[in-house]
Ligand binder design. Sequence first.
Ligand SMILES: NC(=O)c1ccc[n+]([C@@H]2O[C@H](COP(=O)([O-])OP(=O)(O)OC[C@H]3O[C@@H](n4cnc5c(N)ncnc54)[C@H](O)[C@@H]3O)[C@@H](O)[C@H]2O)c1
Length: 271
Amino acid sequence: MAHGLLKGKRGIITGALNDQSIAWKVAELAHAEGASIVLTNAPVAMRMGEINKLAEAIQAPIIPADATKDEDLEKLFTESIGHLGGKVDFVLHSIGMSPNVRKGRAYDDLNYEWYKQTLDISAMSFHRMLQAAKKTDALAEWSSVVALSYIAAQRVFPGYGDMADAKALLESIARSWGYYLGMEKKVRVNTVSQSPTMTTAGSGIKGFGGFFGFAEAMSPLGNAPAEDCARYCLTLFSDLTRYVTMQNLFHDGGFSSSGVTPEVMARVTGE
Ligand SMILES: NC(=O)c1ccc[n+]([C@@H]2O[C@H](COP(=O)([O-])OP(=O)(O)OC[C@H]3O[C@@H](n4cnc5c(N)ncnc54)[C@H](O)[C@@H]3O)[C@@H](O)[C@H]2O)c1
């Protein structure tokens, strides 16, 4: 049920690849809550064509942008202001990719060219995006920026490889930009640390079924579904959370605060 939580707000949503994507759910729900949206993704992702269905359903223009290219990002913000009819009230960074993880290179045997790409696509892109937003003066006062993270930024999860380092950098970038943009324009910047979720990026991780099942068994509420992650992002885009900034916020059914659960204990002891 919609509440008009984002009525009159203008947003940019990155990373909607298919209807499994967390960004896809955010776009659908933000639209239902009254927001006007611009969708963007890497030109290569456009070729899959799925995003066109979403764009049609929520009447959103698509502006292709490779998040590792400054000129693409500046164009994204400039053109978005034109499409939306004013400055941007919210931005979702929902971008992640590691060539090392994709090609099965373990953390102790990284290809460093790929490592650079992992950091560039999954973390530095967030810095680039906010720098482009500042250069084009695209963000409205009291606007809200959210990037999606994962608890591997704080704890080791073998298999998540160099993406762990990218997420640690992403969360640090959120804090730093939260300071600069907060001082300048009251813009808030946060990361949402989401449960393992069955998406294209998620299931690209070796042993993802194990990650998913372990987190499910360790979380009092169970893993948080993508749609609920989207709902949480909407609260952060809304005016109800105007003083929340520079935080990494866990949206994980309680996983991050759990030591052990009877279910996990039973699996270990076999009792
Ligand atoms: N799925 C999970 O288990 C999980 C858990 C926590 C956090 N996250 C994070 O959520 C975010 C969204 O991932 P998802 O799970 O919805 O998967 P997804 O595969 O649907 O989304 C990843 C997106 O990144 C985009 N992308 C890749 N390279 C890009 C580039 N150079 N420029 C622009 N876009 C590019 C892809 O096209 C895709 O749309 C990622 O940051 C991911 O790390 C996912």
